[in-house]
Design a protein around this ligand. Structure first.
Ligand code: CLF
Ligand code: SF4
Length: 289
């Protein structure tokens, strides 16, 4: 990794199962403390709960910060190789900033060595950049599906920003602006960024390469192109899906510009364990979905 990251951040990246493809022996734990969202993606249906990282996933419970700490203590006792605590929904980590912040403060006080990771749509990233840095969050994922407002208008049906609702290209423009400023600020603060992109047939499949080139300019560490998994009841419910061949061909093409993630599991907002070997059911209060 380049010099813009401190030795500590580089070491954390090497032990982060999402950022490093040889770190699969380490576990991550998502704490589902962020129920609200400030935008509406057409592939997401919050009635079913959805995951910030573009899988319309589920969580069996929403935790308060104090409950997240208790769960962390319990999980840490059982999973020795637990390295990362992530907040990935079921809404947006930054649309629930007070809960996100408090959870991190509590867990950090209990275990100062943990790596904190957030996933967000990026709308509030510029506003919270300094606090994110002060909290000691070292890894941020921003989901950016387009950098062209016309394309973004087909993916997001509305955005709520400072008590105003934006739609269409105006919404797309605002979101893209915030996402790109946010990435620049993260870069300046030495926070490692990953950009997730949902590959949507007929909408952004030919545009993603451009997004990758743009975020590379902003110092992003890697990108993660994921296939659309439309939530039942969402606007994109009947959208044609991309094949594995199409997905991997695009990842390969983009790998010329930026490191690509090939091992994403499109996890739930309450996932716990090593990637692909979740043990969260053992820890859930009642388990569902
Ligand atoms: Fe969670 Fe996301 Fe952090 Fe990883 S997941 S907040 S960066 S700790 Fe990882 Fe899961 Fe893929 Fe996300 S496999 S969906 S990329
Ligand atoms: Fe759903 Fe995440 Fe999109 Fe919000 S940002 S609408 S939680 S997929």
């Amino acid at each position: 990794m380049e010099e813009k990251w401190t030795t500590e951040v580089r070491e954390k990246t090497e032990k982060h199962p999402c950022y490093c493809d040889t770190a699969h022996k380490y576990a991550r734990m998502h704490i589902p403390v962020a129920p609200k969202c400030n935008i509406q993606c057409n592939y997401c249906n919050r009635k079913y709960d959805c995951l910030n990282e573009s899988r319309p996933g589920v969580t069996s419970e929403i935790l308060k910060p104090e409950e997240a700490l208790e769960k962390y203590k319990m999980v840490k006792e059982k999973i020795e190789n637990l390295m990362v605590v992530g907040i990935a929904g079921p809404g947006d980590a930054l649309a629930n900033f007070q809960e996100t912040k408090r959870s991190i403060e509590l867990i950090k006080e209990y275990d100062p060595n943990v790596t904190f990771c957030l996933s967000t749509n990026g709308l509030m990233l510029p506003e919270y950049a300094e606090e994110i840095y002060q909290l000691g969050i070292t890894h941020i994922t921003v989901t950016i599906n387009a950098i062209d407002p016309k394309i973004a208008a087909k993916i997001y049906s509305k955005i709520c920003y400072e008590d105003k609702i934006y739609t269409g290209e105006e919404a797309g423009k605002l979101l893209i602006e915030k996402q790109l400023i946010g990435l620049k600020l993260m870069q300046e603060k030495g926070i490692v960024c990953k950009v997730n992109m949902v590959m949507i047939k007929g909408i952004n499949e030919n545009h993603i390469e451009k997004v990758v080139k743009k975020v590379r300019e902003l110092g992003v560490y890697m990108s993660n192109i994921m296939p659309l998994i439309p939530a039942a009841g969402s606007k994109f419910e009947d959208m044609k899906l991309v094949s594995n061949g199409e997905l991997n061909a695009l990842r390969k093409k983009c790998s010329i510009d930026l490191k690509q993630m090939y091992h994403c599991r499109q996890c739930r907002a309450d996932a716990i364990g090593m990637l692909g070997e979740d043990v969260s059911l053992d820890f859930r209060k009642g388990g569902c979905g």
